[in-house]
Write a protein that binds this ligand. Structure first.
Ligand SMILES: C=C(O[C@@H]1C=C(C(=O)O)C=C[C@H]1O)C(=O)O
Length: 272
């Protein structure tokens, strides 16, 4: 049984819309797969602990995983401009942030926000937790990183500056940004047939998901307090689901910057 984990946010719906059908059909080849949804940070923890075999993990966790990890699909969660759902909300001018509360669900944006604050303003704020069930006004920090579904709504409270991190990264580096990708533990996909059937399933389910933004937006918008138009635009314009050459260059730049700040161990090998 292959244990898969995917992000529980709206951004992942197009990647997994038809994945359960593909996993069920693996059974015909004597393989089986099950899919669990969770926060990105928890998926990373469980993949590292060997409790998942394949997961859509924050890209920074791939850098931390070393040789045990392998990218198994060219399906990913990326952006080439404003992403909408990843924001830093600051109560003081961004250049004066001394404490930064990090969304419990995040690992990649947690690193990226620190990189941008260091590079753009020369600051290294102290980081404090921002638990998933906590409202921003109960968090004592100059600024808050918020990701996923809860970041898509107008921020409660007053802020002096709000950054869309996708927008900031893409303008600062002139490169796309990759938030999450499908990563497998090498030992789980050692059999070439299993490796190939999983890769095919993940890529096909992304391709099918891209063809049904409308259906997903109609079903998911109201329960999440969004309009169908806005959610459709999020899928079609804010997010990119393909790990292409530009995205790989963005990943390499992210790795280098994260290493430079000491947020990930220095890599012995060349970036992906
Ligand atoms: C675009 C997003 O990308 C996410 C951000 C992640 C992170 O910061 O670690 C991880 C997975 C993605 O779900 C989002 O959550 O809104």
């Amino acid at each position: 049984m292959l244990r898969l984990g995917a992000v529980s946010y709206l951004n992942t719906k197009p990647l997994i819309e038809t994945l359960p059908d593909h996993l069920a059909s693996l059974d015909r080849h004597g393989q089986r797969g099950e899919l669990r949804l969770d926060l990105p940070s928890r998926l990373a923890r469980d993949l590292a602990a060997g409790e998942l075999d394949i997961a859509l993990i924050p890209s920074v966790e791939y850098f931390r995983g070393g040789d045990e990890y392998e990218i198994i699909s060219n399906a990913a969660i990326a952006c080439r401009g404003p992403v909408w759902s990843v924001r830093v909300l600051s109560r003081v001018p961004m250049s004066q942030v001394r404490t930064l509360a990090l969304d419990e669900g995040s690992r990649t944006s947690a690193a990226m926000s620190q990189i941008l604050l260091a590079e753009m303003h020369g600051i290294r704020p102290q980081t404090v937790p921002f638990p998933i069930g906590t409202s921003p006004d109960r968090v004592d920090a100059d600024a808050l990183l918020m990701i996923g579904d809860r970041a898509m709504h107008p921020a409660p409270g007053k802020y002096q500056e709000i950054w869309d991190l996708g927008d900031r990264w893409c303008r600062w580096t002139e490169l796309p940004f990759v938030f999450a990708m499908w990563v497998a533990r090498r030992s789980a996909i050692a059999d070439p047939q299993i490796r190939e059937s999983i890769e095919t399933a993940l890529n096909a389910s992304r391709d099918e998901g891209l063809a049904c933004f409308e259906t997903i937006a109609k079903r998911e918008a109201a329960p999440h307090g969004l309009t169908v138009e806005d959610l459709h635009r999020y899928f079609a314009e804010n997010l990119h689901f393909q790990l292409g050459n530009g995205e790989r260059s963005g990943l390499a730049a992210f790795r280098e910057k994260a290493e430079h700040l000491g947020l990930v161990p220095a890599s012995p090998h060349t970036p992906p």
